[in-house]
Design a protein around this ligand. Structure first.
Ligand code: G4P
Length: 539
């Protein structure tokens, strides 16, 4: 809205909000399972002194520390199904690390988390380089305009040549690598890191079990030569080559434009090179910036409070059957107790029970600024993608695009006496965005169709139906592998056709045509050239 439209001059932004936003960084780690994301998360938090001993955040099976026990399934599988948001101070900065789910399935959760960050760390296993999940996640970052810092992990183990890894990044994803530091000693015989900008050589000494900060020593070139002779000389030769091929410094403009990626080497488990990675996050990752609203107008960081719900999670605390919405602060200052407006319904939303998260520990949050994540308890009305705002002027951010489902199954309650629990559970999981729920008059309420991006979503639904809602359920997998958006005419034309079924998506009423495969789709398109069969947007 312009001044002419409102008749009032714009209010000056609160300088404190701008200062606080300027020292915040919201980022996520993207990686293939087993590349070391949990280990790195712990190491980052450890370096930032948020926890005293590695292992306190995720409590992965077998690790020491506080275990997360709200979801037994998570523990049993040793995977993280939920997203935790960690907030920690690092020097003058406040870092918010949003956790992307670590399992092999690609789920919509991951996409939503990447909608709420300003930067991502692409974590690679030095022996494996780019893996399928890394590539998928990188594509999401690229489509969302999220700049990427690369960390090559596990350098303490035998792996590939560093130059070969840089080449792979450049060739396969077209990202121009800008090495920030360079390893001395081949993977598996890690001696230390040379800082390219200064030539400083940092060596590391292991602490027992890796649980603790690695001892770092800075050596001058003469001392480095004396200590690591041939390995140091080889690294120096490679450095000369790097200057020619990759230039000498990270160019901020091309980094923010998604063209280049600063690359750092290290090993999360023994804590080598992790402090340097934190410095890179604070140096390169951008501070929160204006976010476009649905009309394409940027909402300034200093405008009154606005936030984006990027995740909704129920029953995190078995003692209190609650429902927590995670909100990324986009503009303004959040203060606990504020009454906000829920843009989707226009209804007020009270924030008496706002919390910040640290792993499984919660603490009440009194205030928050752009780049922070707050957890709102009792958030029954909120859904991923929703906007909350303060003040008179409404704002709504564009919905987070949802992925096209590829797996479909009918779900039925096993106990006839628990129909109510079953319906309540399905409704809740739909609202949380755990899975998409489709229905039709033909199938009825007792046997809706679930649509998932990855099959693990089905397991989560069955587990939660049983353990949280007291309704055991079973699945009947359907022979469809794709969905297309259609309309009432399309539904009429497709009624009764073989290997096609039109269902209504519960959350937005969209009509989806499910088809067995792309050949059937092509055939239907040939036979009915006039009907709407629109791909669902994937990004
Ligand atoms: P993820 O969250 O990405 O799935 O990976 P996670 O951190 O669980 O790491 C996967 C395995 O890789 C773990 O071993 C972990 O200890 C190991 N790892 C991570 N970073 C490094 C590193 O820098 N160097 C070495 N040598 N290993 C690393 P695990 O045996 O599967 O599990 P655990 O029993 O150690 O937890």
């Amino acid at each position: 809205m312009t001044i002419a439209e409102t008749g009032a001059p714009p209010r000056a932004a609160d300088p404190r909000v701008l200062a606080e936003a300027g020292r915040r960084r919201a980022f996520a780690v993207i990686s293939h399972p087993d590349a070391g994301k949990s280990t790195l998360t712990e190491a980052l938090a450890l370096h930032a002194s948020a926890i005293t001993q590695a292992g306190a955040v995720h409590g992965k099976a077998g690790r020491r520390g506080v275990t997360s026990d709200w979801m037994a399934m998570e523990r049993a599988r040793g995977i993280s199904i939920t997203s935790a948001a960690l907030r920690f101070d690092y020097g003058d900065m406040v870092l918010n690390l949003l956790d992307t789910p670590g399992h092999a399935d690609f789920s919509e959760d991951t996409y939503r988390v990447l909608s709420a960050v300003d930067c991502a760390i692409m974590l690679l296993d030095s022996a494996k380089g780019l893996e399928p999940q890394t590539l998928k996640l990188f594509d999401v970052c690229r489509s969302r305009g999220v700049p990427v810092i690369t960390f090559v992990n596990k350098w303490d183990r035998p792996g590939r040549e560093p130059l070969e890894l840089l080449d792979e990044i450049e060739q396969r994803i077209g990202l121009h690598p800008a090495p920030v530091n360079w390893p001395v000693g081949v993977a598996g015989d890690f001696r230390g890191l040379i800082e390219r900008a200064t030539g400083e050589y940092v060596t590391f000494e292991r602490t027992p079990g890796g649980a603790g900060r690695a001892l770092e020593t800075v050596l001058d070139p003469a001392a480095a030569q004396a200590r690591d002779g041939a390995a140091y000389a080889a690294a120096e030769e490679e450095l000369a080559l790097l200057d020619e091929v990759y230039g000498t410094a990270v160019d901020m403009e091309t980094f923010l434009g998604g063209v280049t990626s600063p690359v750092l080497f290290g090993a999360a488990l023994p804590n080598f090179g992790v402090r340097r990675l934190l410095d890179a996050v604070t140096t390169y990752a951008p501070a929160p910036s204006p976010r476009d609203d649905v009309k394409g107008e940027p909402r300034p960081v200093g405008a009154p409070f606005s936030g984006l719900v990027f995740k909704v999670q129920a029953n995190m605390d078995p003692a209190h059957r609650d429902r927590m919405a995670f909100v990324r602060v986009c503009s303004g200052r959040f203060e606990r107790g504020m009454v906000l407006t829920h843009a989707a319904t226009g209804r007020p939303f009270a924030t008496k029970y706002a919390q910040s998260m640290f792993g499984q520990d919660r603490e009440t949050v009194e205030e928050a600024f752009p780049g922070d994540v707050i957890g709102l308890v009792n958030a029954t009305a909120l859904r991923p993608g929703d906007t909350l705002y303060a003040g008179e002027a409404p704002v709504e951010f564009p919905p987070i695009p949802s992925f096209a489902p590829e797996h479909f199954a009918v779900v039925r309650g096993k106990d006839a006496g628990k129909a109510k629990q079953f319906r309540r559970g399905i409704e809740q999981l739909d609202t949380e965005g755990v899975i998409q729920v489709l229905s039709s008059d033909l199938r009825g309420d007792q046997a809706p169709v679930l649509a998932a991006v990855g099959p693990l979503q089905f397991d989560v639904v069955l587990h939660r139906l049983e353990h949280e809602f007291g309704s055991r359920a079973e699945l009947d997998h359907l022979d469809y592998s794709m969905a297309r958006r259609t309309d009432a005419d399309g539904a009429r034309a497709l009624a009764g056709q073989r290997s096609v079924e039109v269902l209504t998506r519960r959350d937005d009423g969209a009509l989806l045509a499910l088809l067995s495969d792309k050949w059937r789709l092509a055939q239907v398109q040939r036979e009915h050239p006039d009907i709407l069969l629109e791909p669902l947007i994937a990004g």
